[in-house]
Design a protein. Structure first.
Length: 332
């Protein structure tokens, strides 16, 4: 583990602890008015995210605290337990708005780059890796920082939303049934996801454990708002939906997030995706959701952006993935 970063006087740096989840959630809440990420995680959401991504807080994170013990900043390094091709290692963190402009963010990013390089060498030295920082369109200071640190803009994403009014009418696709998610098909959906996302940038083949931890085992997962397209008795498409109740409390209304949407290659071109989205939107509206949201890669190879726009979704936020490539570590 790299040496702890140097920070201004009157602040202390220590390894992150699972007990810091509450303070991290509070810091993110304080920063949201400035950063506008659209997310309001609570302590349980933070803890679940660390567990899902296999974060060991003491080794993979640092906390910066003030003299009174209040959290001034934090940083976390995480990596997917599965990957295709390049091993993607994510660097995340935040500085409290009252503490910005003092070099804390630069110190934390330097530590994250060092720890990310270690994670590559420790876990998958045989493959190339990428250290990745996600920057929303409102985080101009972070954008300048990652660019100065040698990262380059790699991929552009959009968060899209629509109100749950004027919903598309149900449509039939010959030979296809649209049904709610059922637990008896969970592993079949996982395998369909692995097959559907082979060409998607940054995707990875999920094993049963990581699938459960990151997707269907999430406390926000809503099987009743999720939709499966079944043809000839098998899953041909799927949509997994989530409702984050911490966001509901912060916003004052409930939003359904359409997370993973996929159609097997042999079933594409028949309108399955739009039909599944329509089914989920109608189910969510009936369950007191006011809006729907989803994220999309602007260069998605399936043309998903055009589909979502045709269904009434509009861009509300943008995000750029900045990355630093690492070559395979030399044998020995």
């Amino acid at each position: 583990m790299p040496a702890l970063p140097a920070v201004p006087d009157a602040l202390t740096v220590r390894p992150l602890s699972p007990d810091d989840a509450t303070a991290v959630a509070e810091l993110l809440g304080a920063a949201e008015a400035l950063d506008d990420t659209g997310e309001f995680p609570d302590a349980d959401d933070i803890a679940e995210e660390w567990t899902g991504w296999g974060v060991d807080p003491a080794r993979d994170g640092v906390a910066v605290t003030a003299a009174d013990g209040a959290l001034a900043a934090y940083a976390v390094v995480s990596a997917s337990p599965t990957f295709r091709g390049s091993y993607r290692i994510h660097l995340d963190g935040r500085v409290h708005p009252d503490r910005r402009g003092r070099g804390i963010g630069a110190a934390l990013l330097g530590w994250e780059l060092a720890r990310g390089t270690e994670v590559h060498a420790e876990r998958h030295p045989e493959v190339p890796a990428q250290l990745v920082v996600s920057v929303t369109g409102t985080q101009s200071g972070l954008e300048r920082l990652v660019e100065r640190s040698g990262l380059t803009a790699e991929r552009w994403y959009r968060t899209m939303e629509r109100p749950l009014t004027d919903l598309p009418e149900a449509r039939e696709v010959p030979g296809v049934q649209f049904v709610p998610f059922s637990w008896g098909r969970d592993d079949e959906v996982r395998r369909a996801h692995n097959a559907a996302f082979t060409e998607h940038h940054g995707s990875s083949e999920r094993d049963a454990e990581s699938w459960q931890r990151l997707f269907t085992g999430s406390r926000a997962f809503r099987p009743d708002l999720s939709v499966l397209a079944v043809a000839d008795g098998a899953v041909a498409g799927y949509l997994l939906a989530y409702v984050y109740e911490a966001d509901t409390r912060a916003r004052g209304y409930r939003e359904v997030v359409l997370g993973q949407i996929g159609v097997l290659s042999g079933a594409r071109g028949r309108g399955l995706a739009s039909a599944m989205i329509g089914e989920s939107l109608r189910a969510a509206a009936a369950q007191d959701c006011r809006t729907a949201a989803l994220d999309v890669d602007s260069d998605n190879v399936t043309g998903a952006l055009r589909l979502y726009e045709s269904l009434g979704f509009g861009t509300v936020r943008t995000r750029v993935a900045w990355s630093l490539p690492l070559p395979p570590v030399a044998a020995g």
